[in-house]
Design a protein around this ligand. Structure first.
Ligand code: HEM
Length: 510
């Protein structure tokens, strides 16, 4: 013990000056006031005041770990991305899971979509795949995203979540039906990060050395099996712990039981666009496996917990704009908007040079001409050429390499505010999904829907019921039956209803 104490380093200020007393502030007299010159106290307090940064505007509550991706099957005919270049190849990666709506202190075992964000540190830069545990999303046009998210967050007057707002929006946007059904099913409340699948959700593209492009969807299937909570079980979990997901994932890795997922892709030839009743770039749709079977590619293993949650998980910045050679975007308009939105959020949340932070820094060389700004702490990436601080120049420095140029993407059409709901069938795939559920899954899903709806205004229930009818009359019937069993005795729902009424009514308290 005495030995260990001898080895302890001397405490210093952040300017490196050794500190003589970290236990007692500098006061005038034994009980006297402080002196402003106690700069070590001031440094301590002012650092504490700056410990919180803006939380993510969505997906604020998260859990993450590091791991390895290993290629098990060759897909190099579709893509020249280095990460997939040969069987057996391993790439280091980070995976962050999250809920969407809750703030940083929210309980983990809430019914919500889960985020599934990968950062693959490939030898040709970082590839981020920022998906969810669902293959589809609530809306297919990014103009609707901020409004949708508003309905999931707190009501401005009551400062409470509002089921009325949620169902008002969903009932006005039947395009949300597919994702809504998944959310209300067992998949909407997993027991922990390792018990759910991950999906890239959007259609992306692969391209190869021959300049051929393929449309691609990514699926990460859990090897731990799907485990879910019922609403009642989740309420018990939350009563005991708000951090059940953190406990699950941290604990399992700490015990050396490394969770794994198998990566599959679906590949669509470029010319297949327009051949199906569904638009392959519509984020509310899946590609049926009968049209495009799953092709096995590799395995993800999480095997290292972060050393510091804030530095490595909170400061992690994932962006769909981070693609690498061989992997690119598609015309999916949601994806297009996300290409802008995330890096913009990171510059606000973390600072201009956020990609130089250790967790975000690529494991491959970085040579840019970016210069000053917040977080400019790193060494000059072009220090061998001090006079080459712009490009083109005559003094050296990094230059482009045409081998990394993506093949041309053909786009045509008339610019217009096209209505993507015209002629779109929003109920066919939800119906297929409903028909896949067994009897118990159907009962639980209908019950979860009724519990979530109970207490909201009747006209919204009626409007939404019309959509459930369109999926399957049996779904609507089951929801109606379950609603009828839910009397006025459920005080918590009554409270929520009252709060929603207060917010909606002009006569409500202001
Ligand atoms: C986080 C915007 C749709 C998955 C975020 C953040 C923003 C954002 C601003 C916070 C980023 C940060 O501060 O680090 C948008 C916009 C969307 C959209 C504008 C639609 C137009 C989606 C979709 C998915 C998704 C469709 C999944 C398929 C995620 C995930 C995170 C996230 C997983 C958390 C990332 C992390 O772990 O740090 N989104 N989002 N988002 N979003 Fe989206």
């Amino acid at each position: 013990m005495a030995d260990a104490e001898k080895k302890r380093p001397t405490l210093t200020t952040s300017a490196g000056a050794p500190v003589g007393d970290n236990q007692h502030s500098l006061t005038v007299g034994r009980f006297g006031p402080l002196l402003l010159q106690d700069y070590q106290l001031i440094e301590k307090l002012s650092h504490q005041n700056r410990e919180r940064i803006p939380e993510r505007v969505v997906h604020a509550k998260g859990w993450g770990a590091f791991g390895t991706f290993t290629v098990t099957h060759d897909i190099s005919k579709y893509t020249n991305a280095k990460i997939f270049s040969e069987v057996g190849k391993q790439t280091e990666m980070l995976l962050r899971f999250s809920t969407v709506a809750g703030e940083q202190g929210a309980a983990d075992a809430e019914r919500d979509v889960r985020g599934f964000s990968f950062k693959f540190y490939t030898e040709e830069g970082n590839w981020d795949l920022v998906g969810n545990n669902t293959p589809v999303f609530f809306v297919r046009d990014p103009r609707k995203f901020p409004d949708f998210i508003r309905t999931q967050k707190r009501h401005p007057r009551t400062n409470m979540r509002s089921p009325t707002a949620m169902w008002d929006f969903w009932s006005l946007e039947p395009q949300s039906m597919h994702q809504l059904l998944i959310l209300m099913s067992d998949r909407g409340l997993p027991q922990g990060p390792q018990y759910m699948n991950g999906y890239g959700s959007h259609t992306y593209s692969f391209w190869n050395d021959a300049g051929e492009r393929y449309w691609v969807k990514f699926h990460f299937k859990t090897q731990q099996g799907h485990k879910f909570y019922t609403n009642a079980e989740a309420a018990e979990v939350i009563a005991k712990s708000r951090e059940s997901f953190q406990e699950e994932i941290y604990g399992t890795i700490h015990r050396g039981e490394f969770p794994k997922w198998t990566l599959f892709v679906q590949i669509m030839p470029e010319e297949d666009v327009g051949k199906h009743w569904y638009n392959p770039f519509d984020l509310t749709k899946v590609w049926p496996h009968s049209d495009y079977p799953l092709i096995e590619v590799g395995e993800v293993e999480l095997n290292r917990n972060p050393d510091n949650y804030f530095a490595q998980i909170e400061q992690a910045a994932f962006s769909p704009s981070n693609v690498v050679r061989g992997i690119s975007f598609s015309p999916d308009k949601m994806l297009q908007a996300r290409i802008f939105s995330y890096a913009d959020a990171h510059r606000h949340r973390l600072g201009t040079h956020y990609e130089a932070l250790p967790v975000n820094r690529p494991h491959s060389p970085v040579h840019t001409y970016h210069k000053d700004g917040l977080l400019r702490f790193m060494e000059d990436t072009n220090q061998d050429y001090p006079d080459a601080y712009y490009e083109p120049n005559s003094f050296g420095g990094p230059v482009e390499d045409p081998r990394y140029k993506e093949p041309p993407l053909k786009v045509e059409g008339t610019a217009w505010h096209w209505d993507h709901s015209e002629g779109n069938d929003d109920f066919r795939q939800p119906r297929d999904l409903w028909n896949l559920f067994d009897e118990d899954q159907k009962a639980r899903t209908a019950s979860n829907i009724a519990e979530a709806m109970h207490g909201i205004p009747q006209f919204i229930i009626d409007r939404q019921m019309g959509h459930f009818e369109a999926v399957d009359p049996n779904l609507a019937e089951r929801v109606r039956e379950r609603l009828a069993t839910m009397g006025k005795s459920e005080e918590d729902r009554e409270t929520q209803k009252d709060m929603d009424r207060m917010a909606l009514s002009d006569a409500g308290p202001r």
